[in-house]
Design a protein around this ligand. Structure first.
Ligand code: DAH
Length: 342
């Protein structure tokens, strides 16, 4: 009876072990016989207690032999299967070190970003703090508080995109001036970069572009402070020896208002294609903050005065890098940006 069982175990192992393909399956199959508690061989050993004293050693020897034999079989097959599995795994993970690598070309900063970074550098060196305003404004911040009430002819200077009856895409970063002055007491010295939007589209205008606004408010601020700051700014951005010139102009939010020219950095002022023969290039608008604007923000114009300026970032980039069509700045062609890599 017990001999039958021994034979049967042997036959089952011999009959099936060769067809097992994975080490996991082999492990399960092994447990069936060799598990210390539940295994069929362990069960056989347990059953030996029912044998007679004489039978026990004889049978014990047989079961031990079976156990030794089975262990060897399983170890042998296990080693073979594991070797095969390892070979497969290695094959799957094989790396051909002679294959050419994937090249990653680092990108380049957009000319707008280069100019914005440069301006922030220059002005923060002069003590300006950065303020980023809202791209969506209401009529009050974009126009009315800037001394440009409804029906004011200056509104025609900027064709506005409205997003609803009350809200619009800001046409100028000047809107940020109002937020700053409403929330801070002088001395105020801020620089405000940001995108602005106008319904305007040709070789030098884009419906979306970037501006850089500046505002300084304190006691005794005069046009001389503006001029001195502009000289430093111009020389830093366009080169040593560049001069500035203020021309009378008009903006509702400044009085007096000026248009700022720099001496042509291409020809040194002699007259060339870039400056259209005049020796001067217009770069920004500026002026002394209109007293109505200060009043609108709760700042006493009899105690404080200030200057403001605003420039188009693309215009500065086009001048500085010799770009002749603003569209090149918005085509997202990485080869274009690559040219300005330094
Ligand atoms: N906001 C003006 C524009 O978009 C530029 C400007 C002019 C800003 C004079 C100023 C300023 O702060 O004082 O055309």
């Amino acid at each position: 009876m017990m001999e039958d069982k021994v034979r049967q175990i042997r036959e089952e192992i011999e009959g099936q072990i060769a067809s097992i393909e994975t080490s996991a399956a082999l492990y399960e199959f092994r447990k069936k016989f060799l598990d210390n508690k539940e295994g069929q061989i362990a069960q056989l050993m347990k059953a030996m207690k029912d044998l007679t004293k004489e039978e026990r050693p004889v049978f014990g020897k047989i079961v031990n032999e079976l156990k030794t034999w089975a262990t060897e079989q399983f170890d042998l097959y296990d080693a073979q299967i594991k070797a095969k599995e390892l070979a497969l795994k290695n094959k799957a993970e094989e790396i051909d070190v002679t294959m050419p690598g994937v090249m990653h070309t680092p990108g380049a900063l957009h000319p707008d970003t280069l100019i914005i970074n440069e301006l922030i550098d220059i002005f923060s060196g002069m003590g300006f703090e950065i303020f980023e305003g809202n791209e969506i404004e209401n009529d009050y911040y974009n126009f009315t508080a800037l001394n440009t009430p409804k029906d004011h002819p200056a509104r025609d200077m900027q064709d506005t995109f409205y997003v609803s009856e009350d809200f619009l895409l800001r046409t100028q970063t000047s809107a940020g001036q109002i937020h700053v002055m409403e929330n801070a007491k002088p001395p105020i010295k801020i620089l405000s970069p940001g995108k602005v939007f106008r319904s305007d589209d040709d070789a030098t205008h884009s419906p979306m572009f970037s501006q850089m606004e500046g505002l300084v408010v304190d006691k005794n601020i005069s046009v001389c402070d503006l001029q001195g700051m502009l000289d430093i700014f111009s020389q830093r951005i366009f080169g040593e020896g560049v001069k500035t010139r203020l021309r009378p102009s008009y903006f509702p939010f400044t009085e007096p208002s000026v248009e700022v020219d720099v001496s042509c950095f291409a020809c040194g002022g002699a007259g060339c294609k870039l400056c259209k023969g005049t020796g001067w290039i217009e770069v920004l608008g500026a002026g002394m903050v209109n007293r109505h604007v200060l009043e609108n923000c709760g700042i006493d114009p009899d105690v404080y005065s200030g200057f403001a300026f605003g420039m188009g970032v693309e215009r500065i980039a086009m001048l500085k890098y010799g770009i002749n069509n603003i569209k090149a700045l918005f085509e997202s062609d990485t080869r274009f940006a690559d040219q300005f890599k330094n």
